[in-house]
Design a protein around this ligand. Structure first.
Ligand code: ADP
Length: 325
């Protein structure tokens, strides 16, 4: 059983990378009004939604990453603080910049992503002995959230430091929540991604994969099979998302299905999984059971996919108590 009981406010942290998003329209880069400089990253998306769902008395959210000393990095920090995210664990490097990516839309409407993140600041997060200092300063966290992207961007010897950090924090009672979020382009091979995801799963209390990623990595034919494989690893709470198909939960012996309410007018499924995770985790932190928390995840994801982009306007994000009803 995962012990979700936390002192208020719960100290929750996400660790990962946020990037600068550019949009290419024709040949004119950054020409869409209001979209000149947007910031996005899977772990940050989840943390942002958690910060919005939970009031300050309920949770204190921290983002752990590395940035440069440039104006984009300063703007990112300001934007996170504006969302109520604590940036005390954001490292700054003089010799580094944030990663970025460009979305171009082909004539047939298909979106293409090109990334420039090979030398990003976040890849160097564990430079020197920062992982060790985090293991000391984060012991009183309640929950640490990470994704496969967090793991993938680190050089292999720093991935070992991340695993050690997870082990130390877990021993100190921190709940480790992991979404493998597989991005083939970030890994040398599928085998490398499979190996590292497998190792992180062994340090995980709550697994929140999308079935598409599990299928791509572990070739399980059905979501039930994936759920069972993860439960057999000893993960006590397995939550499997599967687009518009039912979410599956393995907590104990049984696998339970939670159908997704039909969603009219899906505009863009970017961050569906990230926002689902935020709804689920926030609800669990507030003491709600698995069924209510799955509904919270599905409800928030259902709102997010009716908008374009990963982060919907703040005024359109209800607090958790209104989602739970
Ligand atoms: P991931 O990005 O982690 O693979 P999914 O794509 O499975 O996540 O989606 C996460 C959640 O978002 C689903 O469980 C569901 O609640 C919601 N969702 C995603 N796509 C749809 C859709 N087409 N219609 C309704 N809900 C959806």
């Amino acid at each position: 059983m995962v012990n979700w009981k936390c002192d208020s406010p719960a100290r929750v942290a996400a660790i990962g990378e946020c990037m600068i998003e550019h949009r290419e329209v024709g040949t004119d880069l950054k020409s869409v009004p209001g979209s000149a400089r947007r910031f996005s990253g899977d772990t940050l998306n989840t943390l942002t939604y958690m910060a919005r769902l939970l009031d300050r008395g309920t949770a204190e959210p921290f983002y752990i990453t590395a940035l440069g000393m440039d104006p984009d990095s300063a703007a990112m920090l300001a934007a996170w603080e504006e969302e109520g995210i604590n940036t005390a664990f954001v490292r700054r490097f003089r010799d580094k910049l944030p990663g970025s990516y460009t979305i171009s839309t082909a004539q047939d409407g298909e979106r293409q992503f090109s990334y420039d993140r090979d030398k990003s600041a976040a890849r160097e997060l564990f430079r020197d002995d920062y992982a060790e200092s985090l293991s000391n300063s984060l012991k009183d966290l309640d929950l640490l959230y990470l994704s496969g992207i967090t793991v993938a961007i680190l050089p292999p010897h720093d991935r070992e430091k991340l695993l050690n950090l997870l082990r130390t924090l877990r021993r100190a009672g921190v709940i480790i929540v992991y979404d493998p979020n597989y991005r083939a382009v970030l890994w040398a091979s599928p085998a490398e991604a499979r190996d590292w995801s497998g190792r992180v799963y062994l340090e995980t209390d709550v697994a929140m994969p999308g079935f598409a990623d599990e299928k791509a990595l572990f070739d399980n034919a059905a979501p039930e099979q994936s759920c069972k494989r993860l439960a057999d690893l000893g993960i006590t709470e397995v939550i499997m998302k599967n687009g518009s198909s039912p979410c599956l939960v393995a907590a104990g012996q049984d696998i339970v299905r939670f159908p997704v309410t039909f969603q009219d007018g899906v505009a863009d499924t970017t961050a569906a999984g990230d926002s689902f995770n935020a709804g689920y985790i926030s609800s669990r932190l507030c003491g709600h059971d698995i069924a209510a928390s799955i509904r919270a995840g599905q409800t928030l994801a259902g709102m997010v996919i009716q908008h374009h982009g990963a982060i919907i306007p703040r005024d359109d994000t209800p607090p958790l108590y209104r989602i739970i009803g």
